[in-house]
Each structure stands twice: as structure tokens, then as C-alpha cells.
Design a protein around this ligand. Structure first.
Ligand code: PEP
Ligand code: MG
Length: 317
């Protein structure tokens, strides 16, 4: 079966009715970029930068981050590289950070944490702008829940650019700015965010947790953590439709995107950009190539309208 999948490496990720799908890789370490390329990824859809910050006593310097981001950008040879700014807090903590939030998933995490520590954020942003000389970088902001955070992020990036300019450090301003859609509030009221940003990436891991009020890491409630809940699927559909109307790209980078058993369902929701672990890429591509996108869209839309659970068996070939 491995050989059958490997034969798909150079085959296009295209449905039977001719819809092209982008299949990208999620990585956590710079050296995984090579793995992504080998798996035939169209780009990096999510580089979780927090792994440069975890399991150590100090913070990575601007130079260290610049080297890590540049390495990924160069390795991808002109393909788009989406780098997520530090997503710390909740299930990912920094060593030596003694803060214990009462409710970490709802606390000072991700962009909230970064805006609270402007010098640390500025260091990362300068490193990103310097690395963007070598290719196309998309800066992805995690846990956005308000337009204020979008504006504050953009201002922080522009002020990092001015600092680099002042010191005569080479960098590029060609970055694209996007947000993770993982807080229900922005999925519900998505339109202004679509207008303001260059791209979106739906973080279903957290979106499911927050929509269903089920801790994503708590084994006691794991059976309630339901990616197929109609409320979750409606929010995903709503986000994809808004992005489509505005002509902006939208991906899913949560675990769902790499689960070949739901590929047809996601195609039915209109998804055209999937980001996943590199090892899952060929399985998903195989499903895409066996799918008829328009037929799936009709089936999924009618189930969603009735707010019914979608029976995956009804979507099979
Ligand atoms: C997500 O929330 O779906 C996501 C991709 O990010 P993480 O799993 O790192 O929170
Ligand atoms: Mg997340």
C-alpha cells in the first residue's frame, strides 16, 4: 500500500471534477521542512514557532530565530511558508514561567501573551521580517478574538520593520498577514476579519474545544470532543464561505485536515487548502483524487442546512 501511495507523489491533488486543492505541511522544527518537501507539500501551512521557545531556560535570540525561519524559507525553495507567531499558554508552557492561570485555555495565551510582552514579540517579528527576504512568508497570528488584536499585531509588525530600517538591517516587507480562526467569536463574526487580513487558517483543534466547551487534552471528556458536531461544521462552512466571497485563501491546519476519513466532508464544505503532518499528505491526496467535489458540496450543504449530523458513509464513493 505504501508503494501505491508513493506513486501519488507527483500526481496533482485534483478532484475528479477538476478542483485543485493545496496540500501543505504542519511542522514544529525547522529541519522538518525537508520532510515536507519530500512528502510533496505545496508549502508550509503551519510552522508552530513555539517549539523554538519550549524546553529551555532562556528565550531564543533574534539571530537564532532568524536562522531558524530562514532555514525553513530557503528549504521550501520559493513555496509559501506560513509561520505562526508564538502560541504559548494553555497546553504549551515556557520553562520557568511560574504563572498559573485559573483557566489556562481562557487565559493569557498566544497573541494575548505576545501583546503583553512587546519586547519578546518585537524580537520574533524582526526575525520573521529578516527571513522574508528569502521567500514568501505568511505571518499567522494565533487565538485572535478581536479586531483590536489584529490592529495591534499589524502595528507591532510595522514598528519592527521601522526598527530594522533604522539599524540598516536587511529585511523584506512582502509578508502576508493572517489569523487563526480558533476562537468561536471570530468565526461567527468573520466578515470584517476577512476584509482586514490576507488569509485565514482554521484551527479546528482549539475551535472544537471552545465551541463545545470540552478541554482538548482532558481524557475524561474525550468522548465529547466531536469534530463532526453540526455547530463546529457550520462555523467552518461559514468561515470558508466568507473567505471565498472575498477571494481570500482559507486553510484548515487542525488535526481534521490530515484525517483522510473526513477529507470528503471537508471538500464538501468547500475547503481547498489543507495543512497537516507531512506523513498524512499522500493519504489525503488519494481521497481528493477519488472525490467529486460538486457532488459532495450538494450533500454536505443539505445536511448542514438541517443542522444534522453528517453520516460519513453517505459521502463515500
Ligand atoms: C489548532 O488549534 O487547530 C491548531 C492547529 O493549533 P494548535 O494545535 O497548535 O493549538
Ligand atoms: Mg490552536
Amino acid at each position: 500500500e505504501r508503494a501505491e501511495l508513493e506513486a501519488l507523489l507527483d500526481a496533482p491533488a485534483m478532484t475528479l471534477d477538476g478542483i485543485h486543492v493545496r496540500l501543505e505541511a504542519n511542522i514544529e522544527l525547522p529541519e522538518e521542512a525537508e520532510l515536507a518537501l519530500k512528502a510533496g507539500a505545496d508549502g508550509i501551512g503551519l510552522f508552530r514557532s513555539e517549539f523554538l521557545f519550549m524546553g529551555r531556560a532562556d528565550l531564543p535570540s533574534e539571530q537564532e530565530q532568524y536562522e531558524a525561519y530562514s532555514r525553513v524559507v530557503k528549504a521550501m525553495k520559493g513555496k509559501v511558508v506560513t509561520i505562526r507567531t508564538l502560541d504559548i499558554g494553555a497546553d504549551k508552557t515556557l520553562d520557568g514561567d511560574a504563572t498559573v492561570a485559573t483557566n489556562p485555555a481562557l487565559g493569557l495565551r498566544a497573541i494575548r501573551y505576545c501583546l503583553d510582552k512587546p519586547e519578546m514579540f518585537a524580537t520574533q517579528l524582526r526575525a520573521l521580517l529578516r527571513a522574508s527576504q528569502y521567500g514568501q512568508i505568511r505571518i499567522l497570528i494565533p487565538m485572535i478574538s478581536s479586531m483590536n488584536e489584529v490592529h495591534a499585531s499589524r502595528q507591532a509588525i510595522e514598528s519592527a520593520a521601522r526598527e530594522l530600517e533604522k539599524s540598516g538591517t536587511p529585511f523584506a516587507r512582502n509578508y502576508l498577514l493572517g489569523a487563526m480562526v480558533e476562537v468561536p467569536a471570530i468565526a461567527i463574526a468573520i466578515e470584517p476579519f476577512v476584509q482586514e487580513l490576507d488569509f485565514l487558517s482554521i484551527g479546528t483543534n482549539d475551535l472544537i474545544q471552545y465551541v463545545l466547551a470540552v478541554d482538548r487534552g482532558d481524557a475524561e471528556v474525550a468522548s465529547l470532543y466531536d469534530p463532526m458536531h453540526p455547530a463546529v461544521l457550520r462555523l467552518i462552512a461559514h468561515t470558508i464561505n466568507a473567505a471565498d466571497r472575498a477571494g481570500k485563501p482559507v486553510a484548515i491546519c487542525g488535526e481534521m485536515a490530515g484525517d483522510a476519513s473526513v477529507t470528503r466532508m471537508l471538500l464538501g464544505l468547500g475547503l481547498k487548502e489543507f495543512s497537516m503532518h507531512p506523513q498524512q499528505l499522500l493519504d489525503v491526496k488519494k481521497e481528493v483524487r477519488l472525490s467529486h467535489s460538486n457532488a459532495l458540496r450538494v450533500k454536505v450543504a443539505s445536511a448542514l442546512n438541517r443542522a444534522e449530523r453528517i453520516d460519513l458513509a453517505t459521502l463515500a464513493a
